[in-house]
Design a binder for this molecule. Structure first.
Ligand code: A3D
Length: 320
């Protein structure tokens, strides 16, 4: 069987990390694409020169021409700009929307059969626009945010309880913004829902509330520490988990920005929902039962995403 081909559209901090992890894990041959000349070639060569050390049989190549991504099985999109301290993800909308147009057209022309994972912010609106610009089937275009936000949630819960991250199942749904929805009733530590964890005295309600708030602001916490850009290790690992589920038909259920066509009562929009990812792409959306509070938080988050989608339509009338 031929090797998989993984195309990374954007070879900055996340793109470079993706290339390194994909090579180490022998996910397939890696193409790094960027508009910056030399950057994808340099990162590709540097990582290629590391493969003999750990014996990974993969090729890496950097390109500035979309022809190089031809036949890709997976495209992971990080092209665009990240935020700096003081910026919200939404501040990136205008500039990154133009980037999504170019990327969507490039994928449509050269890799129309790929499974596309968008990471560029503001995530839910950008993946919605990318699907429209590319014209690929909605189940083949998804956004990465929930795996990262849920991983942050799980890490903070592990830090507080001392329970291994391996035995924590955390869920964060909704849009990738500060009003995302960490699902307290559906998340478990050692099999116990967080509500019971509080009842049993593992942590106080105030401590749990603080973890939920820290999760919501997790991206900003890293931006403020780094000062020059945003998180890249955890975002890259999160997208790799999604790519693996697709390539190996693992059928994992992950929190993914997926196209909703009736699920959760939503139409023609992308938002973070539990999604089964297999060889068919986003094969099925799992519908959690919401109580009144969760529904109110989810609706608020959905309203923010819809506001950004409307802003995209205002900027680019071809999306209306
Ligand atoms: P950065 O290191 O700046 O890399 C972005 C790369 O995109 C640069 O190398 C640019 O040259 C390149 N680029 C710009 N325009 C184009 C274009 N038209 N075509 C191809 N390449 C282009 O950023 P990063 O890797 O740190 O972050 C990338 C994106 O991911 C940003 O929008 C971040 O906000 C976003 N991000 C999302 C999450 C989520 O959880 C959704 C987390 C962290 C970062």
């Amino acid at each position: 069987m031929a090797r998989n081909k993984i195309a990374l559209i954007g070879s900055g901090m996340i793109g470079g990390t993706l290339a390194h992890v994909a090579a180490r894990e022998e996910l397939g041959d890696v193409i790094l694409f960027d508009i910056a000349e030399g950057l994808p070639q340099g990162k590709g060569l540097d990582i290629a020169e590391s493969t003999p050390v750990y014996g990974a049989s993969v090729n890496l190549k950097g390109v500035n021409d979309y022809a190089g991504i031809a036949g890709a099985d997976v495209c992971i999109v990080t092209a665009g700009v990240p935020r700096k301290p003081g910026m919200s993800r939404d501040d990136l909308l205008g500039i990154n929307l133009k980037v999504m147009k170019a990327v969507g057209e490039g994928i449509k022309a050269h890799a129309p059969n790929a499974f596309v994972i968008c990471i560029t912010n503001p995530l839910d609106a950008m993946v919605w626009a990318l699907q429209k610009f590319s014209g690929l089937p909605t189940e083949k275009v998804v956004g990465m945010a929930g795996v990262l936000d849920s991983s942050r949630f799980a890490y903070f819960l592990s830090e507080k309880t001392g329970v291994s991250v391996a035995d924590i199942h955390a869920w964060t749904l909704g849009g990738h913004g500060d009003d995302m929805v960490p699902m307290v009733r559906h998340s478990t530590v050692g099999g116990l829902p967080l509500t019971q964890l509080v009842a049993q005295g593992w942590m106080s309600q105030a401590e749990l509330d603080a973890i939920v708030e820290r999760t919501r602001k997790g991206g900003g916490e890293i931006v403020n520490l780094l000062k020059t850009g945003s998180a890249y290790y955890a975002p890259a690992e999160s997208a790799i988990a999604m790519a693996k589920s697709y390539l190996a038909d693992q059928k994992r259920v992950l929190p993914v920005a997926s196209y909703c066509s009736g699920q959760y009562g939503l139409k023609d929009m992308y938002v973070g929902v539990p999604t089964l990812i297999g060889a068919g792409g986003a094969e099925k959306i799992v519908e959690f039962d919401f109580n009144a509070d969760e529904k109110a938080m989810f609706d608020k988050s959905v309203a923010s995403v819809n506001g950004l989608i409307e802003a995209c339509k205002g900027i680019d009338p071809s999306l209306a």
